[in-house]
Ligand binder design. Structure first.
Ligand code: TMP
Length: 222
C-alpha cells in the first residue's frame, strides 16, 4: 500500500490555520481520500495533558528548555500513536503545527536557536519530514489582535486561559515571524508560504492548488 501524505499547517496564533485545516479536510474527503486530522500540542490523550501544562497561563514559571522538552514529548507520542500508523495505512495526515512551530517559537521566539530544535527532532522524531507544509503568514498586527480576542473569548466562556503564548510581547512574535520566513527560504520545496491579508476563500484556493500539485506528483511516481 502506498504511504499517505503528511501535510502540516503552520503560522502565527490567529493566522486562521484551524479554519483552513477543516476546509482542506472536507475538500480531501470529497475526493475520496482517507484523512486523519490532528494537532500539536495535543492529538493524543497524553498530548492533551501536555497541552494543558504548556498552554495554561498558570505555567508562567516553565523554563524554555522544559517547555521545548514537553513539546517534543507530545510530538514523539503523536508520531508513534497517530501519525506513523496513519501514513503506513495510506491515509493523508493533516497536522495543525509540527516541528516548524518549535523552531519558530522556541528556536526563534525564546531564542534557543534552530540547531537544538533540529537535533532533537532527529533524535526524538526520527527526523520525520512533512511532504508539504502550508505556512500562513497574514499581517503580524492582524494575527496578534485576532489571537488575543479569541483568547479573551475562550477565557470568558470556559474560565481557562490557554493564552500563555498570546501574552508574549510583540518582539517575541516578530522573532517567531522572522524564523518562519527563514524556514520557508531554507526549504522552498517543502514549505508553501501563503502571505498577506487574504480572504478565507483565497487562502483555501492557494492551499488546494499546492495540495493538488503534491497529490499529482505522488500519483505520477506510484
Ligand atoms: P494552537 O493554538 O495553534 O494550537 O497553538 C498552541 C500554541 O503553542 C501556540 O501559541 C504556539 C505554541 N507552540 C509552540 O510554542 N511550540 C510548538 O512546538 C507548538 C506545536 C506550539
Amino acid at each position: 500500500m502506498p504511504r499517505g501524505l503528511f501535510i502540516t499547517l503552520e503560522g502565527l496564533d490567529g493566522s486562521g490555520k484551524t479554519t483552513q485545516i477543516r476546509r482542506l479536510a472536507a475538500w480531501m474527503a470529497r475526493r475520496g481520500l482517507a484523512v486523519v486530522e490532528t494537532r500539536q500540542p495535543g492529538g493524543t490523550a497524553t498530548g492533551d495533558r501536555i497541552r494543558e501544562i504548556v498552554l495554561d497561563a498558570r505555567s508562567a514559571a516553565l523554563a524554555p528548555m522544559a517547555e521545548m522538552a514537553l513539546l517534543f514529548a507530545d510530538r514523539a507520542q503523536a508520531i508513534a500513536e497517530v501519525i506513523e500508523p496513519a501514513l503506513a495505512h495510506g491515509k493523508m495526515v493533516l497536522c495543525d503545527r509540527f516541528t516548524d512551530s518549535t523552531e519558530a517559537y522556541q528556536g526563534g521566539g525564546r531564542e534557543l536557536g534552530s540547531a537544538i530544535v533540529l537535533e532533537l527532532h532527529r533524535l526524538l522524531c526520527g527526523d520525520l519530514k512533512p511532504d508539504l507544509t502550508l505556512l500562513l503568514l497574514p499581517g503580524l498586527e492582524a494575527s496578534l489582535a485576532r489571537a488575543r480576542r479569541r483568547n479573551d473569548r475562550v477565557e470568558m466562556q470556559t474560565g481557562t486561559n490557554e493564552g500563555r503564548f498570546e501574552q508574549e510581547q510583540d518582539a517575541f512574535y516578530r522573532r517567531v515571524w522572522q524564523r518562519y520566513r527563514e524556514i520557508a527560504a531554507r526549504e522552498p520545496e517543502r514549505v508553501v508560504l501563503i502571505e498577506g491579508d487574504l480572504t478565507i476563500d483565497d487562502v483555501h484556493e492557494q492551499i488546494v492548488e499546492a495540495v493538488s500539485e503534491r497529490l499529482m506528483l505522488v500519483r505520477q511516481s506510484a
